[in-house]
Design a protein around this ligand. Structure first.
Ligand code: FAD
Ligand code: NAI
Length: 472
């Protein structure tokens, strides 16, 4: 069956695609969205942001109840963990959230197709789902097909013992031990979930520190906090293989690796999580039929208006260049649609924050010290530690700091990097500062509620302005 042409067809209902579809409908377009998963919401809602944060919250409650209540005078007796209930709650959170997107599609009169889309030509897509095949055509097509786990050639994932984040968010037992290959965002977040439940977590990271793309000081401080949680680390170490072997009645995975100096490393674990990055996903699209080109890294190649080499075909989110973040995908979705209809929207990539939901949380926006040094920018640093914050002491959350980097000559804030309690929420203030090109002094002279964690931002700003922090 051939459907009537749409003004816009969006392929992929992740945070990029579904947000773009809503914006298109708001601007009067007749919109269709095609999604191959049974539930809308993409990687983020189904197997990414939302389930991982649900598990991070549950495991943090368990860890607090097990180790953090005594000091408050709360006696609980032995605290136990029902992992199956933890997973059921996570599933409920996911279902409620993805159902919310279904509601939004209906509310905005967006036609939803469930199936895999592939191009027949530049204006027509074939949608198949095992039950039926349909053709859908549109004046404009937006590719928002996201990303998939990057495999590690030396470590074959079996989805049972050697797993990716997709399986790590759905384990039905608490592992005694877990090796995490890759100390990036997924490694430290999902590693934290299980370390808090009592799993012995070993991170094997190729580079010299955790979350290596962020400001180096954040990784170092995070490493100290995770070490307190029981994490072990092998940095500068390359994994050479992983094999499932029988040890007595038990199956374990033996991971072999080698340090930069050539020293052999071997670690046994119940499970191995491969989290070495994600790569753009275009596999099913049959892009050749439409003539759409990829760049040298397999991403859909776009111009500043998100147009591919075929002007009526656009792309956004994880499948194009840039950070693989849900809010980046959503912002691009909105801006792409607004450009399509001739508006002149604005997206400041420098103001896109990055957050790591460990405890303490890590959050950053703007340039890192390393980037400023590389660019030869003359900058100054203002720093405030949470151990000097009354609010942080009141909640026993004194690990971490806020660091503000400002231009030495103009005082303009160039980067804000924080690790500490509720950094994920506090980074919003720094985003506003960067977006409106605030100076450190602007933030330093603004009243901040007392007592609150945000006072650390004001103090770091004062420290950057004239070394005039008040409480250190
Ligand atoms: P996706 O969300 O990947 O959506 C693409 C959709 O397209 C998918 O549902 C896919 O099924 C569908 N699709 C693909 N090909 C076809 C086709 N041919 N036909 C039909 N449908 C198709 N980001 C954050 O900002 N914060 C976080 O806390 C966070 N946590 C994460 C935790 C984990 C474990 C993971 C894996 C990722 C996390 N991310 C997080 C990253 C975030 O999930 C992605 O950046 C985001 O989902 C990208 O959105 P997208 O719309 O580009 O693609
Ligand atoms: P990542 O890019 O964050 O980290 C991968 C890590 O693996 C890097 O530190 C890298 O040096 C290391 N590595 C690469 N090859 C290796 C090898 N062979 N051996 C050992 N280490 C190796 O990727 P990750 O953690 O898989 O996450 C994928 C994406 O998902 C990220 O780009 C991130 O943006 C997104 N995400 C975002 C979250 C958030 O915003 N809170 C949470 C989880 C994921």
């Amino acid at each position: 069956m051939t459907n009537k042409p749409f003004d816009l067809i969006v392929i992929g209902a992740g945070p990029g695609g579904y947000v773009a579809a809503i914006r298109g409908a708001q601007l009067g377009m007749k919109v269709a969205i095609i999604e191959k998963r049974p539930a809308l919401g993409g990687t983020c809602l189904n197997v990414g942001c939302i389930p991982s944060k649900a598990l991070l919250d549950s495991s943090e409650h368990f860890h607090k109840a097990s180790h953090g209540f005594d000091v408050h005078g709360i006696k609980t007796g032995k605290v136990t963990m029902d992992i199956k209930q933890m997973m059921r709650r996570k599933d409920d959170v996911v279902i409620a959230t993805t159902k919310g997107i279904e509601f939004l599609m209906k509310k905005n009169n967006i036609t939803t197709f469930t199936g895999t889309a592939s191009f027949k030509d530049a204006t027509t897509l074939i949608v198949t789902n095992g039950k039926k095949t349909e053709e859908v055509s549109g004046a404009k097509i937006l590719i928002a097909t996201g990303s998939e786990v990057t495999p590690l050639p030396t470590v074959k994932q079996d989805g049972k013992r050697i797993i990716s984040s997709d399986e790590a968010i759905a384990l039905t037992e608490i592992p005694k031990s877990l090796v995490v290959i890759g100390g990036g965002v997924i490694g430290v977040e999902l590693g934290s979930v299980y370390a808090r439940l009592g799993t012995e977590v070993t991170v094997i990271e190729f580079l010299d520190g955790l979350i290596p793309t962020m400001d180096k000081e954040l990784g170092k401080t995070l490493q100290r906090s995770l070490k307190k949680l029981g994490f072990k680390f092998h940095f500068g170490t390359k994994v050479t293989g992983a094999k499932v072997v029988k040890k007595g009645k038990k199956e374990v995975v033996t991971v072999t690796a080698e340090t930069k100096k050539g020293k052999a490393v071997e670690v046994d674990a119940d499970y191995v999580l491969v989290s070495i990055g994600r790569r753009p996903y275009t596999k099913d699209l049959n892009l050749e039929a439409a003539g759409v080109k990829l760049d040298e890294r397999g991403r859909v190649d776009i111009n500043e208006s998100f147009q591919t080499n075929i002007p009526s075909i656009y792309a956004i989110g994880d499948v194009v260049k840039g950070a693989m973040l849900a809010h980046k995908a959503s912002e691009e979705g909105v801006v792409c649609i607004e450009k399509m209809v001739g508006q002149k929207p604005h997206l400041n990539y420098k103001a896109i924050p990055g957050v790591v939901y460990t405890w303490p949380e890590v959050a950053a926006v703007g340039d890192t010290e390393e980037q400023l040094k590389d660019a030869g920018t003359d900058y100054k640093v203002g720093k405030f530690p949470f151990k000097a914050s009354g609010r942080a002491r009141a909640s026993e959350d004194t690990d971490g700091f806020v660091k503000i980097l400002a231009d030495k000559a103009t005082d303009e804030i160039l980067g804000v990097h924080m690790i500490g309690p509720r950094a994920a929420d506090m980074i919003g203030e720094a985003v506003v500062a960067l977006e409106y090109r605030a100076s450190a002094e602007d933030i330093g002279i603004m009243p901040h509620a007392h007592p609150s964690f945000t006072e650390a931002i004001k103090e770091a700003a004062l420290a950057a302005t004239e070394d005039r922090a008040l409480h250190i």
